[in-house]
Design a protein around this ligand. Structure first.
Ligand code: ADP
Ligand code: ASP
Ligand code: MG
Length: 407
């Protein structure tokens, strides 16, 4: 019988009723006779709470302890789902990342899976048990618990599907599948039936949090096709299949949004660049991660740098501003921006047309485009964070993504 890997996200495990529903769905798949590995996330909101707890106990919590703490969110939820399954009469066992044989490097909070030792999972599958694995975690060569970053249970699922040569990998979440834009921001038509790894990767790298971007990269590398499906919809609702070409999705344009990016624009003499870039690199290592940056030569011989940060501690940015000032640089602009991305093969040939139409529409609504960047399948517009909702609505409508009938 084909082996299936399923993953249930925190949004599908919010409370005991939802846990019960998930357990029933797992039972039904198990009753069809499939060997089944199930990856479980922390209950919705638990990871955020654990991070707040860590910060309440220490102004600069060590990454090792935070990882050990965060992993408990997935472990607790994994045990709860296993108990619910056992109560339904299904033989099931929960495993932490370490018990599941998931070995990683030692990069706390952003660890990469190095190896999976499959023996224990194989043994339990042979015993006829459903094996439930706590997502988003593994064990480093030093024997410390590591985690994979926000949304990292997707990575556990894809890695297990690759390791066990699963016939099917299903990522269960709170929406019907992958849409051409975030269905929570824009009232959209139905989800897409199929998309390619490349498009899914671009969507997830540019703010579409439905999949963790490193998990999509791994799926592409290992050629693990997977479905994104709703844990609330009927069992015959297939969701979206993500796989390699020949599936063609070149006609679809996707819209992804990364919101509230901390932004700095400054100018400085070229001789000061190494020091400032060095400082930005340091900030990256302390968790104030760069989203994107650009550099251009100014007429006065200085360089203008624009940088946006995904997450940012104000104290880190103060440090950067100090280095800029000390090296004779000048801060020209700062604030919060959002990056609205258009993704798809059609983008390349239509870039100028899209920009012509968009700038007209956005100007008419007094929304200024702070910056534009583009490559072959990606066109990104930066707007002030306060304009995000309005700009996204205008662009979704221009692209014809919205439902014509809002019912
Ligand atoms: P889970 O808890 O299941 O991991 P996530 O919150 O990580 O769920 O991901 C699901 C969310 O991703 C949806 O609720 C939706 O708001 C968001 N999302 C963003 N972009 C898209 C998209 N293009 N298609 C579908 N969902 C999207
Ligand atoms: N629970 C973690 C988070 O919310 C990761 C995950 O389970 O996917 O980021
Ligand atoms: Mg997720």
């Amino acid at each position: 019988m084909p082996l299936i890997v399923q993953k249930y996200g925190g949004t599908s495990l919010q409370d005991f009723d939802r846990i019960q529903q998930v357990a029933e769905r797992i039972r039904d798949t198990h009753h069809q006779g499939h060997p089944l590995i199930v990856v479980i996330s922390a209950q919705g909101g638990v990871t955020d709470q654990l991070i707040r707890d860590a910060e309440a106990c220490s102004a600069s919590p060590s990454a090792r302890e935070v990882d050990a703490l965060l992993a408990t969110g997935e472990q607790a939820c994994c045990c709860l789902v296993t108990l619910a399954l056992q109560a339904l009469g299904v033989a099931a066992i929960s495993l932490s990342g370490e018990q599941a044989g998931i070995w990683t490097d030692k990069l706390h909070r952003h660890a990469t899976i190095q190896d999976i030792q499959p023996d224990r999972i194989h043994r339990h599958l042979k015993e006829g048990k459903v094996v439930l694995v706590s997502g988003c975690q593994g064990i480093s060569p030093e024997g410390d618990i590591t985690t994979f970053g926000r949304g990292g249970s997707d990575l556990t699922a894809i890695a297990l599907a690759a390791c066990f040569h699963a016939d099917r990998c299903e990522i269960f979440t709170d929406v019907d599948g992958v849409y051409a834009a975030d269905p929570r921001r824009t009232p959209l038509k139905e989800c897409l039936q199929q998309i390619s790894f490349d498009t899914m990767l671009a969507v997830s790298q540019n703010g579409g949090k439905v999949m963790h971007s490193r998990s999509v990269a791994l799926a592409k590398e290992k050629n693990v096709s997977f479905h994104v499906r709703s844990s609330f919809a009927a069992a015959d609702n297939e969701g979206t299949l993500i796989s390699s070409p020949p599936i063609s999705d070149w006609e679809t344009i996707h819209l992804s949004v990364k919101s509230n990016l901390r932004h700095l624009r400054f100018s400085l003499a070229p001789s000061s660049l190494p020091e400032v870039y060095g400082e930005i690199h340091q900030l990256n290592a302390c968790g104030t991660c760069v989203d994107w940056f650009s550099e251009r030569a100014l007429a006065n011989g200085h360089e203008e740098i624009c940088v946006t940060f995904e997450t940012g501690k104000e104290e880190h940015l103060l440090r950067l501003k100090k280095v800029i000032a000390q090296s004779g640089g000048e801060l020209c602009m700062e604030g919060y921006l959002s990056r609205i991305s258009l993704i798809g093969a059609l983008v390349k040939e239509n870039r100028a047309l899209l920009l012509m139409e968009w700038s007209r529409e956005l100007n008419a609504s007094q929304i200024s485009i702070v910056k534009i960047t583009a490559n072959d399948i990606h066109l990104a517009l930066f707007v002030h964070a306060s304009d995000t909702t309005k700009a996204t609505a205008i662009l979704s409508q221009k692209l014809g993504l919205e439902k014509s009938d809002p019912s």
